[in-house]
Write a protein that binds this ligand. Structure first.
Ligand code: NAD
Length: 488
């Protein structure tokens, strides 16, 4: 049985009140670990340690030191990639293939930021000859990093790599449903010779996250999760006007025009919606198909859905695992029922798969609801499960209006062979990422984040590093002379 601890001030330790939480496999509900469950008091210790480390010698590290650190972490991730992928699948239920991909992306993220950090150089500004004016990037300070349960270590990496790379100190709080890979990652960091307090792990629930958001000793909070928690973090951050980054939910349209390559569009409509059983912030669960091909498109999806292999993520033939928690299972089934009650047509799924192996665990069939209209709850709210809702549209204008008519703005996709239309749509869609003739690709070089209620700020790319820095104007007058302006 795996047992996890907190990592505070360079020491592994139990929570002050000895709290633990049973971590359950989504595939069969077996207890797979006992995780340390921290409270606010533990979070305060971690914040104090991070504060001391930031105010101490860590500030003196060079960009070379920090680039080397990130590259070293990438090497350790590569070394333990199989172990980490195994833990991620065990804890989240996603297929081992997906977890292995995540680990590759995580190592790539650390290497990308290592390169970026190493290339950092302040700017010397034009100024009078007796003045040295420089623009410098400096770390923000103590960073509280709060991550969700769907991509536990990937989301953590998007925050940790730029935070450490920019010279900050870190307190990370993973979701208390999925702490295992962040715990193993912390073991890797503990192998390195970092000053105590530079990197701290506090596993626990909402109150630990709230402490990070409220503490005046935290200078920046970066949060990935739902809107409800995001809102309370934003409010709490006003205590010391700390910097915030919010990566929130999405309602992401996948728009298929009649002139698209339909073989690819049908195939990707499934990828968009069913990777990690639809528990992806950018999942393309809102399928919108042009009227003239709508019925044929639904027919082709209906043929593919029963062939999707649902099963344990460790079995090689599995294409889709369970959803992560009982709460999520119940919520998704409730959304499907709400859709049917509002008049959507259930084409496939909408229930636990039959068979003894699916009696325990949080299993759902891949689900297709057709004849959905834009006013229905299922077309408006994030479902976060293996559900495609299919709407029909008659014109480009109608598709655009319906797609943009959402409080969210994370990601969208357009399928067409008409390049002019592709360009028009990708300019007019109000989403942080717009894919054309593809779905889901993201990489460290390109920014990630949402418009509107999908968040504040961006991760990855240069901007993902800049978010963890303060910009300073340093002005040095080498030959000061009295001005004699006042009362001379
Ligand atoms: P959640 O908001 O319930 O929890 C996220 C994290 O915040 C967890 O660590 C949780 O313990 C913590 N938390 C909860 N309440 C808090 C509070 N009041 N103060 C501080 N911390 C608090 O979200 P979840 O259910 O874990 O994740 C699913 C959500 O995350 C979905 O809405 C999904 O779209 C979103 N998400 C977004 C992105 C993105 O890049 N935009 C990526 C992944 C997930």
């Amino acid at each position: 049985m795996i047992q996890t601890q907190l990592y505070i001030d360079g020491q592994w330790q139990s929570p002050i009140d000895q709290g633990t939480r049973a971590i359950v496999s989504p595939a069969d509900e077996a207890v797979i670990a006992q995780a340390a469950e921290a409270t606010r008091a533990d979070a305060r210790l971690a914040i104090a340690a991070a504060r001391r480390a930031f105010d101490g010698p860590w500030r003196q590290t060079t960009i070379r030191d920090r680039a080397r650190l990130l590259n070293k972490i990438a090497e350790l991730i590569d070394r333990d990639a199989e172990k980490l992928a195994h833990l991620e699948s065990l804890n989240t239920g996603k297929t081992l293939t997906e977890s292995r991909t995540d680990m590759g992306d995580i190592a790539a993220t650390f290497r990308y930021f290592a390169g970026l950090v190493a290339s950092e150089s302040g700017a010397v500004n034009e100024a009078p000859h007796h003045v040295i004016s420089r623009t410098l990037r400096e770390p923000v300070g103590v960073c509280g990093l709060i991550t969700p349960w769907n991509y536990p270590l990937l989301q953590a990496a998007w925050k940790i790599a730029p935070a450490l790379g920019a010279g900050n100190t870190v307190v990370i709080k993973p979701s208390n449903l999925t702490p295992l890979t962040t715990h193993h990652f912390t073991q890797l960091v503990a192998e390195l010779d970092l000053p105590p307090g530079v990197f701290n792990l506090v596993t626990g629930g909402a109150e630990v996250g709230a402490e990070l958001a409220e503490s005046v000793d935290v200078d920046l909070v970066s949060f990935t999760g739902g809107a409800f928690a995001g809102e309370s973090i934003m409010k709490a951050a006003t205590g010391n006007f700390k910097r915030i980054g919010l990566e929130l939910g999405g309602k992401n349209p996948n728009i298929v025009f009649a002139d698209a390559d339909l073989d690819a569009a049908v195939d990707y409509a499934l990828n968009a919606a069913f990777f990690h059983a639809g528990q992806v912030c950018s999942a393309g669960s809102r399928l919108m198909v042009e009227d003239s091909i709508y019925d044929a498109f639904i027919g082709r999806l209906a043929e593919r859905l029963p062939r999707i292999v649902i099963g344990n993520g460790f079995h090689g033939e599995t294409q889709m695992g369970p959803v992560q928690s009982a709460q999520q299972h119940e919520k998704i089934l409730g959304m499907v029922q709400a859709g049917i009650a509002e008049g959507a047509r259930l084409v496939h799924g909408g229930k636990r798969p039959p068979g003894d192996v699916y009696k325990r665990g949080y299993w759902l069939e891949p689900t297709l609801l057709a004849d959905v209209t834009a006013e229905m709850k299922i077309a408006k709210e994030e479902i976060f499960g293996p559900v495609i809702t299919a709407e029909r549209f008659r014109s480009e204008e109608e598709a655009l209006r319906a797609a943009n008519d959402t409080p969210y703005g994370l990601a969208a996709a357009v399928w067409t062979r008409d390049l002019d239309k592709a360009n028009r749509m990708s300019r007019a869609l109000r989403f942080g990422t717009v894919w054309v003739n593809d779905y889901h690709p993201y990489f460290p070089e390109a920014p990630w984040g949402g418009y509107k209620a999908s968040g504040i700020g961006r991760e990855l790319a240069r901007i993902g590093l800049d978010e963890y820095t303060e910009l300073k104007h340093s002005y040095i007058n080498l030959a000061p002379k009295a001005m004699g302006w006042f009362g001379a």
